[in-house]
Design a protein around this ligand. Sequence first.
Ligand SMILES: [Zn+2]
Length: 350
Amino acid sequence: MDKDSSKKKNPSKSRLLSALVIVILLAAVFFMVSDAPFIKGARDTLMRSFGYEAIDEKEGSEQGEAKDNGGGTIESAGKDNIGGEVASLDVGALPEFNGEHYVKVNGNVPEFPAEVYERAGLENKDGKIESKSLTPYEYYGSLDDLDRCTYAFGCLGEETMPAEGQDRGDISSIHPSGWAKAQNWERCHLIAWALSAENANPSNLITGTHYLNYDGMRPLEEEVEHYIWNTGNHVLYYVKPYFSGDELVARGVQMTAKSVEDNGKGISFNVYCFNVTPGAEIDYKTGIVTTEEQAAQDARTYIINTRSGVFHYPSCDGVKEMSEHNKKQVTATRSELTAQGYTPCGYCEP
Ligand SMILES: [Zn+2]
């Protein structure tokens, strides 16, 4: 066949081509509208890859396991379900610990991703909650690629709480990301057991300090618990741990909650709780904690001002201002230096 003859129109070939186009169009339409589960799943995945959330996800979705908890629904999200994001906290600029258990976020005004309202059958009309058909539920985002918890939220009420006489289960089998042995870590629920009756759910437990667990989060959890018991009302609740980069231990946890029936009169907060132990140094990559006492026992480099008898960390501004002939570098433990009569600098606090 030469070049010219290949360009000649072939009628049967063009009919075949238009038939093919029609078949492809029909297939595309079928793909867009079909409710067959595998096609719907593929469509949702495609939509998500373009940044859209599936809008017609069924209650008790196919990708998560749903179980019943005396009226409330519990779900675990599928791996590709990117759930709650709230605007106020930037992982690149998290608040610095300043001695308080938590800091307010967004002026303490509650904030939730739209999904938190939607799953509860609620609407947020300019800060006022409107109920279409209130549905208590809990939802746990799946672990990320580093097996870290992502978020948990729900519309909490008596339905999601433990039944009377229900015993708390064993959670010691769970080793959350960053869990290191013998560092006094606690398994810290994103949604407290008293609110969710969730025991060994890996999507709900993070590696947390006693300070975070008991001093930061618990008073807020108890506030919500007592409110629900006293009123029988419901509370929208959203908890998200924040990890810096690829660290395995969370730097802190955002907790935000708003009571539904009274539109936030009873419960209304939005805070960031610090996952710290005051005085201790935490390696958030490994989960290794160095307490003040341990730090004092570790030999390290200090700079002594031989004239004043004050010792500093080498990085201290006081060292830069010190005249060279007063500087003495030593490798020692803190307690050795104080035993020799040296005084720790009040600025760098070695
Ligand atoms: Zn100093």
